[in-house]
Write a protein that binds this ligand. Structure first.
Ligand code: AMP
Ligand code: SF4
Length: 456
């Protein structure tokens, strides 16, 4: 994942980027950074940690100007360290630029090896730096042409915002794996992974970027190009299931509407008798309302989530059962004792969270526990910018639904079907990437899965 944001021609651009990143914090909590431009120079401030902790009032003097981009990072594989934090700011033959990337390139290792063989020295392990090196090495004339030239050499998922001294660029790969949206703010323009970042700064949502589209925002306004060979669009359907915030529009659609439809579809496919529908908060709240409405079973907040988990946690010296899960969740005995439940979660990855939650629910006296998942079983890892664990770790890669049911120790377990998923989200099946549910990868990768050490 990762959240990206850009703003052009506004007062206090870096403060707006800060607010935008704050709204996108759910997309990455490891590092947060902002690069800005005052028309003649690019400035940058990047730090490990959360947006609200990193940007104290004194920081904004270091990132002046009327244009800015921002990034909050979630590393897929490889190290989480400051050298990989973004935006990546560099000086090259034409001046300065800063780049922020959401997605994963599938040929970054090969291109990087080639560049290194020709003398390039990398300072990070991000695939984003591969794009920057390709751009700096390009023989084309001018920044735009050099950027297009660089992007034509890479394969995979990229939604990018790029800032130079006097331009802001937004660009999406031809498959459109990750969302990027265009908005308006006073006399300026805004780009963001999700539209919840527009709402927080009172910007007006214009539209999503199209597959393979590049927008150049400058003194001339917004210019749109389609510089790449067209491909079949493959929007990440997991954005609707889990990653994006329900109050956002992505790919031109409401996430909340899609998520409620996921729950309703799940109920249509597999209804069960119970006293309550309980969401695993917060990611299943919306789909559980859809399930409850469709099934006519009352919705209850039977599990409460603690939102204030810090980055480091002092573990108790004595062992406390299911400690990890207890930091995050606590069941409400008053509601659950003696009741039959339908518990809704958005997905099962390794199965550890669900198993621990079931134990917690039993301890407060829940009777029948019917586990319902508003997505199909995750059988394959993602190579396009999401950490869905390795194949060996994915419980549904090697276990049947019946076996997972036994592992979780629930009365029943069922997942949403792939067809039900597409029906709920809307649109055509071929327009979505469904690889983690079926193994049909829309863009081939060259490396062994375990060697995919690049990040975005
Ligand atoms: P697990 O214990 O590994 O089965 O984790 C399942 C939980 O992780 C679900 O409740 C999801 O909300 C959440 N989840 C799903 N996909 C991801 C992801 N890519 N990164 C982090 N959490 C995820
Ligand atoms: Fe999204 Fe899954 Fe495709 Fe990755 S493999 S882009 S998570 S749908």
């Amino acid at each position: 994942m990762c959240g990206i944001f850009g703003v052009y021609n506004v007062e206090e651009a870096s403060k707006l980027a800060y607010l935008g990143l704050y709204a996108l914090q759910h997309r990455g909590q490891e590092s947060a950074g902002i690069a800005s431009s005052d028309g003649s120079k690019v400035y940058s401030y990047v730090k490990m940690g959360l947006v609200a902790d990193n940007f104290t009032p004194d920081v904004f003097d270091k990132i002046p100007g009327r244009a800015a981009i921002g990034h909050c990072r979630y590393s897929t594989t490889g190290t989480s360290s400051i050298k990989n934090a973004q935006p990546l700011t560099v000086s090259y033959s034409r001046g300065q630029l800063a780049m922020a990337h959401n997605g994963n390139l599938v040929n970054a290792d090969m291109v990087r090896a080639e560049l290194e063989a020709n003398g390039a020295i990398f300072s990070s392990t991000t695939d984003t730096e591969v794009i920057v090196h390709l751009l700096a090495h390009s023989k084309k004339n001018g920044f735009r042409e050099m950027l297009i030239d660089a992007l034509k050499r890479v394969k995979g998922a990229f939604s990018l915002v790029v800032l130079t001294e006097n331009e802001l660029v937004g660009v999406v790969d031809p498959w459109n794996f990750r969302p990027l949206n265009l908005g308006k703010k006073d006399g300026g323009y805004v780009l963001a992974s999700e539209t919840c970042a527009f709402d927080i700064i009172d910007a007006e949502y214009i539209r999503p970027l199209e597959p393979g589209e590049m927008v150049i925002i400058s003194e001339k306004g917004v210019e749109s190009f389609k510089p790449f060979k067209p491909a079949k669009q493959k929007k990440c359907i997991f954005e609707f299931i889990y990653f994006s915030r329900p109050d956002s529009y992505i790919f031109g659609q409401s996430v909340q509407k899609a998520r409620k439809a996921l729950g309703a579809e799940l109920a249509k496919e597999n209804i069960v008798k119970a006293d309550y529908v309980i969401p695993v908060p917060d990611s299943a709240n919306s789909s559980a309302t859809g399930y409850a409405r469709e099934s006519n079973i009352p919705y209850e907040m039977g599990i409460i989530r603690n939102h204030y988990i810090g980055r480091t946690f002092i573990e108790p010296s004595q062992s406390i059962r299911d400690f990890g899960a207890k930091i995050k969740y606590n069941p409400v005995k008053e509601i659950l004792n003696g009741k039959d439940l339908v518990v809704i979660d958005d997905s099962i990855v390794r199965g550890t969270t669900s198993r621990k939650l079931v134990k917690m629910l039993r301890r407060v006296g829940a009777k029948d526990i019917n586990w319902r998942i508003s997505s199909p079983p995750i059988t394959h890892p993602c190579f396009y910018g999401v950490d869905t664990a390795t194949r060996a770790e994915l419980i549904a890669a090697s276990h049947t639904v019946e076996e997972i049911k036994k592992y979780l120790k629930v009365e029943s377990l069922s997942y949403l079907s792939i067809d039900g998923l597409v029906k709920a989200v809307g649109g055509k099946k071929e327009d979505y990437c469904l690889a983690c549910f079926c193994g049909e990868y829309p863009v081939e990768f060259n490396a062994e899965p375990e060697k995919m050490g690049f990040e975005g």
